[in-house]
Ligand binder design. Structure first.
Ligand SMILES: Nc1ncnc2c1ncn2[C@@H]1O[C@H](COP(=O)(O)OP(=O)(O)OP(=O)(O)O)[C@@H](O)[C@H]1O
Ligand SMILES: [Mg+2]
Length: 809
């Protein structure tokens, strides 16, 4: 098995001999990069779709490919039930009590039986606990539960933020993003919003569009406020009041407000932000299988969330560099209702766009469903691989064959309807027909035994048990980074002080809404903004960073301490020239009213920048590559992993090209040898050569897959082989014939060994996911620092009896 794991091929199972109704020894391997053209898995209930798809996710994880798996039923979480030691006590907490009862044994006995069953099942497929351990080590596995804190909860707070520039610059994508966000939000409110007809939809879209086009974020609170007083006076050619009168708008705003205020909704607003990059990779850059469980949600909530998630995924995908290797996966089981042929739910558009565009970015989508009618045919034409299991009805079968025919003709291939019909009619559980547009012909196979314990759907409580240990670990971190509350230390506040005209004043923007009972107070501070250049020829660094820092001004002999300055995420353009209304001002230290002090402070600020500014770069010793300025360790590791994968895939391709003609020659020789032997010895029915080893049965053959004979460069090889055949005819000796078969067999074995040696070389390579990086620190020269601005800045705070909270963050 290990030989393939290095080469980016997934172990799906073994080929299945339909007429004989049994599986053969031939491994069925699937090239990971074929998944960038997406896969669809169809089959009736119990046909083994989820088992197959989870096994594919296991293979992907072993290969370091992260995945977001949307789980409407609860059984994808089974991927967390991995027990390398395969002991009964590992299984015990997860077996079904009712199953044990039915079997008439105690839970612990039943668990031992299940463990034994899994051990045997795995062994039957050439797998064991070591491979389970490898799976566990290769990736992080987590269950996310939006709208609930059973697993890791996900906050949708940021989902109304302006989409990234890549999306905003693409008019069509931007329009789609607005429309699907509006539709999904209205769906949650129970309003069926037709994008063209419904005024609710038109208004929400206009509000989202107006904010987002300038890169402004919205939250639900702001949305409520803007529904009541929209930022525009007209919609199309109509005056907003006649199009959607204010009392009706108020009713819509109230509905949204009630949703926000409803007791359950709070859990949607807490937890980790819905951020695709952080779901796909841990902070250390380890790939993650992120299972998003939505079984506990209502239909409207599911649709709402799935649409938001798909939009986020689309945004992330579009920001990735192009590649032909698989980078990440989206898996959605039970796609029913999300991707229908006729209706237009908000999940459909982003999914369709993903199917059409994601391949260029190495992002594969895998969809599973019981019924082919659940799937939009336009999307299906974009699926490169089909896994078809046993189907329920003749109609389902006919429909599928139609779809397949469409997909093959799209790929410019001949299609034999009857052949497919015959094959599909005789499939049994876990036996699938794989039709991969990258292969020459379809393949029937039985899915391998899953490494994870497929116990069936997990309840919310079980997910909680499963995720409890890691949530405890991560909550310790998040409470440290929790909301910043400061003690109410400000001196008595009053009116805005009057200052000499040489002193420039600016106001930090107000970025949060007023908490109940809090008053707005501006506190004085110094704001310094500068530019720092970092140049280093050794690491090829030439980059500039804008820095803005703010240091509070206090009364006393040392009114400002830049060492305590905090860097702020600000553009000079964000600064206001006047304060927000109804605010009061803290007392200004007298030093801050003397213009000459500012020149001195400017110098100290430059000095502080010189001493504190640095960039930290990571260097991979094995690849000699250095991270870019501002690139996190996670992003650097992820980038290197993808590069290694691209190189690996290219190497695999080279191997295929190299071995294809050699295999062709040997196969042809073998065929001729058998023919000749047969001619010579019709009577020798039990000859040894009937069991002759073919390339197909070798490891190399499995690696070559179903593409062996079609490679363009086979022609020449085959001619050579025919030449061989002629020489053969001249020898009419059975013994010789068998001898030659033996010789060809050993040549095949030799080729196989040669192939193995070449792939072993890959294993020596260092894995960028785990290697230790060297750190390089680059500091600026004194002359590489410019201070662009140093002014008195007023920072707004919400002050109340319980403390003060920065209002500009
Ligand atoms: N690869 C596998 N390894 C071990 N057991 C499997 C595998 N695939 C399927 N099974 C067994 O078969 C049962 C049914 O398979 P599975 O849940 O995959 O069907 P399905 O096609 O997803 O059905 P549904 O449409 O009802 O979800 C599983 O519960 C499991 O016990
Ligand atoms: Mg299933």
């Amino acid at each position: 098995m290990q030989d393939f794991e290095k080469l980016g091929v997934f172990y799906l199972g073994k080929s299945f001999d339909l007429p004989a109704r049994k599986r053969t020894d031939r491994l069925v391997l699937y090239e990971s990069k074929d998944l960038v053209t997406h896969a669809v898995c169809v089959g009736m209930t119990g046909s083994g779709k989820t088992g197959l798809c989870l096994s594919i996710l296991e293979e992907a994880a072993i290969d370091g490919i992260p995945c977001i798996a949307i789980d409407p039923k609860g059984d994808i979480s089974n991927l967390l039930l991995t027990f390398p030691q395969l002991r009964g006590e590992d299984f015990a907490p997860w077996v079904n009590e009712s199953d044990a009862q039915r079997a008439g044994v105690s839970v612990s006995d039943f668990a031992s039986q299940q463990a034994e069953k899994w051990k045997r099942g795995l062994a039957d497929w050439g797998q064991d606990g070591t491979r389970i351990q490898r799976l566990k080590d290769a990736a992080d596995f987590a269950v996310y539960t939006p709208g609930s804190n059973a697993g890791i909860s996900l906050s949708i707070l940021k989902s109304f933020d302006a989409p990234s520039e890549t999306i905003r610059e693409d008019a069509e994508l931007f329009r789609e993003r607005i429309a699907t966000t509006a539709t999904s939000l209205l769906g949650l409110l129970g309003i069926e919003g037709d994008p063209v007809q419904s005024r609710e939809h038109i208004l929400l879209s206009a509000i989202l569009g107006a904010a987002w086009k300038d890169g402004k974020d919205l939250d639900l609170g702001a949305m409520i406020q803007q529904i009541q007083s929209p930022p525009m006076t007209r919609v199309g050619v109509m005056d907003i009041e006649s199009f959607f009168p204010s009392k009706d708008r108020f009713a819509l705003a109230m509905r949204l407000n009630n949703l926000l205020a409803s007791p359950g909704f709070e859990s949607w607003m807490t937890g980790e932000p819905l951020d695709v990059a952080s779901m796909l990779y841990t902070p250390a850059g380890k790939p993650r299988i992120a299972i998003v469980s939505i079984a506990h949600l209502s239909d409207a909530e599911r649709m709402f969330f799935v649409s938001l998630l798909l939009n986020e995924i689309l945004g992330w995908v579009r920001a990735q560099p192009g590649t032909t290797s698989l980078r990440a996966l989206l898996y959605m089981d039970e796609i029913f209702g999300y991707f229908p042929p006729v209706a237009n739910p908000p999940s459909k558009q982003p999914l369709l766009t993903l199917l059409k565009q994601a391949r260029a970015f190495g992002f594969g989508v895998m969809l599973a469903t019981q019924n082919p009618v659940d799937l939009d045919y336009k999307g299906l034409a974009n699926a490169g691989t089909w896994f078809i299991g046993r189907l329920q009805t003749e109609r389902d079968k006919a429909r599928l064959i139609d779809g397949l025919e469409g997909a093959s003709s799209g790929a410019g291939k001949l299609f034999d309807r009857q052949q497919f019909d015959r094959m599909l009619s005789s499939l049994q559980q876990r036996v699938f027909l794989m039709n991969n547009v990258h292969d020459d012909e379809p393949e029937i196979f039985e899915s391998r035994w899953a490494l994870s314990y497929l116990r069936g759907p997990l309840t919310k409580q079980q997910i909680k048990t499963l995720m409890e240990p890691r949530k405890n670990a991560s909550s310790a971190v998040s409470s440290q980074a929790g909301a910043k509350m400061e003690a109410n230390t400000s001196a008595k506040s009053g009116a805005r002080p009057v200052l000499p005209p040489q002193i420039r004043e600016s106001f930090l923007p107000l970025r949060s809404t007023q908490p109940d009972g809090a008053a707005l107070v501006y506190r004085p501070a110094l704001l310094g903004c500068g530019k720092v250049y970092f140049r280093d020829t050794k690491t090829n660094t030439d980059t500039a960073q804008e820095v803005c820092s703010i240091a509070p001004l206090v009364s006393g002999p040392a009114p400002v301490n830049f060492e305590k300055a905090e860097s702020v995420d600000l553009n000079i353009d964000d600064l206001e020239t006047s304060p927000a209304p109804n605010a009061s001002f803290s007392e200004l230290p007298s030093a801050a009213a003397q213009p000459k002090n500012y020149d001195a402070w400017k110098k100290s600020f430059a000095d502080v920048l010189f001493r504190t500014q640095k960039i930290e770069l990571y260097r991979s010793p094995s690849l000699g590559e250095v991270s870019r300025a501002g690139e996190s360790e996670r992003d650097f590791r992820v980038r290197l992993q993808q590069r290694a994968r691209e190189e690996r895939d290219a190497f695999a391709e080279t191997l295929r090209k190299k071995y294809a003609p050699k295999i062709a020659v040997l196969e042809e020789r073998l065929r001729r040898a058998k023919q000749a032997a047969q001619r010579e010895q019709e009577q020798a029915s039990q000859s040894t050569w009937q069991a002759a080893m073919t390339v197909g049965a070798s490891i190399l053959g499995a690696f070559m897959g179903r593409k062996t004979v079609s490679a363009a460069n086979i022609g020449r090889a085959a001619t050579a082989a025919r030449g061989m055949g002629r020489t053969w005819k001249e020898r009419s000796d059975v013994a010789r014939a068998e001898e030659t078969i033996g010789a060809v067999e050993s040549q095949i074995a030799e080729l196989d060994a040669q192939f193995k040696a070449e792939t072993d070389a890959l294993a020596m390579r260092i894995d960028p996911a785990t290697e230790t990086f060297e750190k390089t620190i680059i500091r600026p020269k004194k002359t590489d620092i410019t201070v662009n601005m140093l002014t008195l800045a007023w920072a707004p705070y919400w002050e109340s009896d319980s403390g003060a909270e920065a209002a500009w963050q």
